[in-house]
Design a protein around this ligand. Structure first.
Ligand code: ZN
Length: 79
């Protein structure tokens, strides 16, 4: 089974603790039928994601790396 990643934050959907109701986005990015952040400011989104990961107990080194990876997600690729 191919690994699918969230098209917004690039987290593997298999790691998503909840179902988002979307096959493109994880539950952090997408809930109640819409994207939680609908803007197009990648820097802002990366900062928010970084803070979210820290709040979920991730260490700073990993959180920095994963928030940097966001730029490769389909949603931001052409920005
Ligand atoms: Zn996501």
């Amino acid at each position: 089974m191919p690994t699918k990643n969230c098209e917004s934050c690039f987290m593997p959907l298999a790691k998503d603790p909840k179902k988002s109701g979307s096959d493109k986005y994880c539950s952090y990015c997408f809930s109640n039928g819409k994207l939680c952040y609908e803007g197009d400011d990648l820097k802002f989104f990366q900062k928010k994601s970084y803070e979210g990961m820290i709040n979920h107990g991730m260490n700073k080194y990993s959180a920095k790396f994963f928030s940097w990876m966001i730029r490769f997600a389909p949603r931001w690729k052409n920005k």
